[in-house]
Design a protein around this ligand. Structure first.
Ligand code: ADP
Length: 359
């Protein structure tokens, strides 16, 4: 127990190691811990964090409180007031996307729930308080509009596309531009052109995260993206079956080949939790993706069980409600939390990779 009455300096010294979850740099040095006061046995301070790390606000606040309580057991009250710290996003790449993190969601093959997970990631981050945009780059089978129940034709002017706003989130998709029953046939250069226009012309506003739903398997779009802007990384979605996992391994290799770091793997359709008895059945086995992720030295971001509500909400265009579902919601929420945590951990150590030269 300290002999002298506690001072502001004592509190600040105890909090010297608290890191800003967005940058990994010291929160105190960046004036993100401020207004530190001690009156008798009551300490108070303001903890300011950016909306980029909104999923981690609770954890960071709890860590600050726990550190102070441990260091100074004589304190009766530790009062932490939260504030939003402003740190503007840079314009990324030659396309000038105003985002802090650009995350591609890919898979080795179709039908594994890639678009569902991309949508859930975007909605989960948005719900936590981040500013999020969602770009559907799956131009062959755009399913984002359907999953979000979003309709409309974006207003397109030269060099300017107004995205469709879904619950305050800007969304762009080929699904808004071509009729649903028309097959999409794109040559390579057209594909590059579409991706460029989506990134460059869409009026995204300032974003913390741009989530990009990739076409399954192929490397064309990944190559275009990596030439146009520095991606923060990719999330690879797979199912537990071995065959799907082999596809996932290929997807990881593909991203790495075009210089996009893989931020993590998600195992979707991992087991079935019976809605009546809550018993879990691992129909396709369990843990395969986690083992594979370890071998590939890729973080494991979580698993999502087969869930009828997730499928029903996807079909009905109410995917947002899946996050509220008592059975599957917690699994879904954990993925965006783990992703944010993963980014926070790598923030200080891994600067973003430069874009590849255009060939
Ligand atoms: P992909 O983008 O990989 O082709 P989608 O996200 O379009 O896959 O999902 C394919 C179908 O599977 C959709 O009908 C979706 O609602 C459903 N689905 C995805 N994940 C799950 C899950 N965990 N449980 C039940 N259905 C799911």
């Amino acid at each position: 127990m300290a002999e002298h009455p506690l001072t502001r300096e004592d509190i600040e010294k105890a909090l010297a190691d608290v890191k800003d979850p967005e940058t990994g740099r010291g929160a105190l040095q960046q004036q993100q811990i401020r207004d530190v006061q001690v009156t008798g046995d009551v300490a108070s301070l303001t903890l300011a964090m950016t909306t980029h790390s909104a999923p981690l606000w609770d954890d960071t606040q709890k860590a600050v409180e726990a550190t102070l309580r441990k260091a100074f057991p004589q304190l009766s009250t530790v009062k932490v007031t939260r504030a939003v710290h402003q740190r503007p996003a840079q314009q990324l790449g030659e396309v000038g996307v105003p985002a802090k993190s650009v995350i591609a969601v890919g898979s080795g093959k179709g039908g594994v729930g890639k678009s569902t997970i991309a949508t859930i990631l975007a909605l989960g981050l948005k719900r936590a308080g981040c500013r999020v945009g969602l770009m559907d780059a799956d131009v062959y089978g755009p399913s984002i509009p359907h999953l979000l129940g979003a309709q409309g034709s974006p207003n397109i002017q030269p060099n300017r596309i107004e995205p469709i706003m879904v619950n305050g989130m800007p969304v762009i998709s080929m699904g808004f531009l071509v009729p649903r029953d028309q097959p999409a046939v794109w040559r390579g250069p057209m594909l590059h052109q579409i991706i460029t226009q989506f990134l460059r012309d869409t009026q995204w506003g300032e974003l913390d995260y741009l989530i990009i739903d990739m076409p399954p398997g192929t490397g064309d779009v990944a190559l275009s993206l990596s030439q146009l802007l520095p991606l923060t990384g990719a999330v690879v979605v797979c199912t537990p079956q071995d065959v799907a996992l082999l596809d996932a391994v290929k997807a990881v290799a593909m991203f790495r080949k075009v210089n996009i770091p893989v931020l993590g793997m998600v195992e979707n359709m991992s087991g079935f939790v019976c809605p009546d008895c809550q018993k879990r059945y691992d129909i396709f086995g369990r843990g395969g993706a986690q083992r594979e992720a370890e071998q590939l030295q890729v973080p494991f971001l979580g698993e999502v069980p087969i869930n009828i509500h997730l499928r029903e909400h996807g079909d009905a265009g109410t995917t947002l409600l899946s996050l509220e579902d008592p059975v599957v919601g917690p699994y879904l929420e954990k993925i965006s939390w783990r992703l944010a945590k993963q980014l926070a951990e790598s923030a200080a150590t891994d600067p973003p990779k430069p874009p590849l030269p255009v060939l």
